[in-house]
Write a protein that binds this ligand. Sequence first.
Ligand code: SF4
Length: 373
Amino acid sequence: MKEIVELTGLSQPELISFVETLGEPAYRGRQIFAALQHRRLRSFDEITDLSKDLRARLNDVARPSSIKIESRYISSDGTRRYLMKTHDSLPVETVFIPEEHRDTICFSSQSGCPLQCTFCLTAQLGLLRSLTAGEIVEQVLIALNDAYGVGVKPPRGTNLVGMGAGEPFLNFDNLLKALRVMADRDGLYIVPNRVTISTAGIVPKILELAEVADRPHLAISLAAPTDELRNQLMPINKRWPLEELLKACKVFEKSLKPGERFTFEYVMLAGINDSEEQARQLANLLNRHGLKVKVNLIPHNPAEPLPYRPSADETVDRFKQTLEAKGVHTYVRRPRGRDIFAACGQLAARQEKLNIATLNACKDTTTPGVTTR
Ligand code: SF4
């Protein structure tokens, strides 16, 4: 079968090399890169400054886009949530969050997820497959087009967070490649400094990211102050327990730029991880490792069949005060888009009414997973 090249995942130099294989001059590569990444065009036929002949040849060997919106939900607070579909019909979730001074786009790195965090609906899908670099970039292109119109310059800056479905560090190479493509001045021009990637704690990749020269910010989903509880909530902890994770964070801390801190995300689950004693344990854990971090307390979005409820506002406030009394900078993330199931994995599970057994049958077993012994 003929291999179709996905152009949205190619950097500008790679796109130039690609058009040269078609016998075209380098400037055509630059032209196509700008059409796809800056003008955000989604088909070769829209690039009318290319000859008809070249457009036809491109259609034969490449594709300018590979995912499309299946459904969109617009929240009363302006949050736009998308269920997209890959060319092979796998679900991809993306959220566009408008704020006063910037927009934030939350993208997915995988369809489904191989980790088994018990508070997350995506976990119930298992891993369907990791997304390509192009599929990661396209989520951003599509969300901007949908919010503002094709190619229209956003009125505010755009921040990206890799906190959608999937574990980004299990798709590390494609993630970094997508970030390099999006940082290009002639394209989206979203530099890594405007990107935060959240991991469940894949220790070797935290250490690897520390070595990346132009890297995004790091957030770590913690969810528990002890191994005993974290093993239950995030089984990946059995592979890389808290001590190992925090030692890696200490190494990563050496790569921080002045004023930069990394973030621990802590989802607040009523009666599970939200007591004052647990807040003290968390502060002691972070302080013992001498980590200069900030903690984001995240309200849990309840969803059937997950067995958790969100913590009450007063409980969240008390938890925050206890952490701050021990010197830990703490923020409470405001819930966005609750009326459109804007928590990780909720669309795929609700809207699609996915049959887990069917999805399991089409899992990509060749994608490296993680053993959570
Ligand atoms: S919380 Fe993130 S890492 Fe955990 S199962 Fe859900 S998508 Fe995967």
